[in-house]
Write a protein that binds this ligand. Structure first.
Ligand SMILES: C[S@@+](CC[C@H](N)C(=O)[O-])C[C@H]1O[C@@H](n2cnc3c(N)ncnc32)[C@H](O)[C@@H]1O
Length: 144
């Protein structure tokens, strides 16, 4: 089990998680928060994406949550993220300390927000750090 820092524990505690939900974590390497979420959503599922292959490999290490089918990982940048053909949309997305979403790169941010919106259910929500401790980000209308 990956250790969860007090910083990430506060984030996970603040997420509106419920049993059975599908969660997307963006830039979650090396997977500590995603693994903690996986243990809190019953028979739900969390997909952790990260553009770094090294971060994905670290998340896959000793991941009982992946073995149990509660979590999966994918090496992809959020601005390129799309649901696979048979992939159900996600109920909630979150990102912590990911520059693409926190305003440091406004031009890529708009593309990324559209990709996230398209991968969520109509009621889906995106949270990022920088609030108390989270803030919800307004998403553009879904295209799909
Ligand atoms: C500063 S680390 C934060 C990791 C973790 N969320 C945390 O708070 O401990 C940022 C992570 O986001 C990933 N990342 C940065 N930009 C990304 C993007 N556009 N799409 C997907 N992952 C990204 C990096 O590879 C890295 O693993």
């Amino acid at each position: 089990m990956s250790p969860l820092s007090p910083r990430l524990e506060a984030i996970v505690d603040a997420l509106p998680l419920r049993a059975g939900m599908r969660v997307l974590e963006i830039g979650g390497g090396p997977g500590a928060a995603a693994k903690a979420v996986a243990r809190r959503i019953g028979d739900g599922h969390i997909l952790m994406i990260d553009r770094s292959a090294k971060s994905i490999a670290l998340a896959e290490r000793n991941a009982a949550e992946i073995d149990a089918g509660l979590m999966s990982v994918r090496c992809v940048a959020v601005e390129d993220f799309e649901l696979l053909g048979n992939e159900e949309p996600y109920d909630l997305a979150f990102a912590v300390r990911v520059g693409t979403l926190d305003g440091r790169h406004p031009e890529v941010r708009q593309i990324a927000l559209q990709q996230v919106a398209d991968a969520l259910t109509p009621q889906g929500q995106l949270f990022i750090d920088g609030g108390t401790p989270l803030r919800q980000i307004q998403l553009p209308p879904r295209r799909s």
